[in-house]
Design a binder for this molecule. Structure first.
Ligand code: GLU
Length: 501
């Protein structure tokens, strides 16, 4: 019986035993191919830490031209929600972390889990436990009083008690002796003593299988060769390895990624931006910049900071991941986002910018084309949202001119040249940046002023602010009607000032 023989070779897939054991749809053709997975629990949304885990597993797969699996671990039925599944799928889609298989849902796989549990019960690899909650509580309290590690005392382990119709859980018969060695690709060798591991519950009395068990079964069935996940799961690894041993199958390789901390060294929380990854989209970050930033949290290649996704795929190796925690620095993320914005071709920037312009409430038919805005403002903002907000005056009128700017620039001395310029602009043949620049220049010359002396009051008049792209381009984008109206309004303000003096 080939499939019952014990696999001696660890970390090496054995076609015979696999082929004999895997029920469809998990029959694999290529047993040596790298395959990774991302296995979020939909008990929460995707935050930076989980996305970084997904990214590293994805990069590892893509680097090897291998498959990436999405598995939704939803056996905690009370805390898993559809909204969180949606958040996970949307977050991955936004970032372009595509998967080749899945999403699998663990709740669809109960038949498979029960099949293994029944087999293990028959073979004595698992046992039914009828201990009541009160009994377990009493044991735990006693252990606490004795200063011992709290754990199941193994009462039902050696007894063949009870009737399976009575309420019970099923526990895994964890080996009592020996050690489990995890050769972690990031952490190196980590050794666990079996004596320290409990006989884990693998099926609750509700019938729901539990985390460590389902993960082990799934990683095997789905032919995962590299389990890449957060190091909060490192302590689970020996338990999962023991279960894979009980299945008598090869083990995957493990890579446990260090935590992401806040810049203050504290665990990443909402305060630091450990929020729904979709919030970063709303704030105007580019997927490529997010991925670049997250990859650099723990991974590096020489002293390079800016990577395209393709470059990361080419260079990524999970064994290069640093084993110490890294810190989330929002300032650096903004900087990187700006670098990606700057490097983006205008047409591409225009198309990603458009929804942000719409989200600001702009009527795009009553303002400049997004490509013009992308060209003029693309290097001036750190996020798409900031970019969209910076060009508000191109699409919408403003109520008030910035007071400090007005006081400084809209002075009686510019009254005559502004009046003159308004007339020149009104009759300008074609509303183009060159024509506009020429009009400003000749008007300034006619009044014996330097171009800048007229340009800045003009800027304040048409934008309400003192900073904008070059004035000829700014006017071109704002359009003739709005520009002339705003100059007229500024003239009225100056006239009032003259009258008040
Ligand atoms: N479902 C687990 C989690 O969301 C991950 C399990 C794993 O990657 O093995 O934390």
């Amino acid at each position: 019986m080939a499939h019952l023989r014990r696999s001696r070779k660890r970390n090496c897939f054995d076609p015979l035993s696999l082929a004999a054991r895997i029920a469809p749809p998990f029959v694999h053709q290529d047993f040596t191919a790298v395959k990774t997975r991302f296995a979020p629990s939909p008990t929460g949304v995707l935050h930076l830490g989980s996305i970084r885990t997904a990214l590293f597993a994805w990069l590892h797969a893509r680097h090897f031209g291998a498959k990436f699996v999405l598995r939704i671990e939803d056996t905690d039925r009370e805390r898993s929600t559809k909204e969180n599944v949606t958040a996970i799928l949307e977050g991955l889609a936004w970032l372009g972390l595509d998967y080749d298989e899945g999403p699998y849902f663990q709740t669809d796989r109960y038949d498979r889990y029960n099949e293994v549990i029944e087999e293990w019960l028959t073979k004595g690899k698992a046992y039914r436990c009828f201990c009541s909650r009160e009994e377990l509580d009493a044991v735990r309290e006693q252990q606490q009083r004795n200063g011992e590690k709290t754990r199941y005392n193994g009462k039902c382990r050696e007894l063949d008690l009870g009737d399976s119709a009575e309420p019970h859980v099923v526990r895994f018969r964890n080996p009592r002796d020996g050690e489990v060695v995890v050769e972690d690709l990031v952490r190196g060798r980590v050794v666990f003593q079996n004596a320290e591991l409990d006989d884990l519950i693998i099926r609750r009395s509700s019938g729901d299988p539990t985390y460590n068990f389902t993960v082990a079964i799934d990683d095997f069935d789905m032919q995962i060769t590299h389990v890449i996940r957060g190091d909060d799961h490192l302590n689970n690894t020996p338990r999962q390895m023991n279960m894979l041993e009980a299945l008598d199958v090869p083990l995957p390789k493990y890579a446990h990624l260090p935590m992401i901390l806040g810049v203050d060294g504290a665990k990443l929380s909402k305060r630091h931006g450990a929020v729904d990854i979709r919030d970063f989209r709303q704030q105007g970050y580019l997927p490529a910049a997010m991925l670049n930033y997250l990859a650099r949290l723990g991974w590096s290649h020489k002293d390079q900071e800016i990577f395209s996704v393709d470059e990361m795929i080419g260079l990524f190796d999970v064994s290069d991941v640093n084993s110490s925690p890294s810190a989330f620095d929002p300032e650096k993320l903004r900087w990187l986002n700006q670098q990606h914005l700057i490097a983006m071709p205008v047409a591409e920037l225009a198309s990603v910018l458009e929804p942000y312009l719409v989200a600001e409430g702009y009527d795009l038919s009553a303002g400049p084309a997004p490509a013009l805005v992308a060209e003029a403002y693309g290097k001036r903002a750190t996020t798409l949202t900031e970019l969209a907000q910076k060009c508000r005056y191109c699409y919408q009128d403003f109520d008030e001119i910035d007071q400090v700017a007005a006081k400084k620039n809209l002075r009686p001395v510019v009254l005559a040249p502004m009046n003159d310029l308004r007339e020149r602009l009104q009759v300008l043949e074609s509303w183009s940046r060159d024509g506009i620049a020429e009009a400003i220049e000749s008007c300034a010359a006619a009044h014996g002023m330097k171009m800048g002396k007229l340009g800045q009051p003009l800027r304040v008049a048409v934008t309400g602010e003192s900073v904008s792209p070059p004035i000829d381009i700014t006017l071109e984008l704002i359009g003739r009607r709005r520009s002339v109206d705003r100059i007229r309004h500024a003239i009225t303000l100056i006239e009032k000032r003259v009258a008040a003096d």
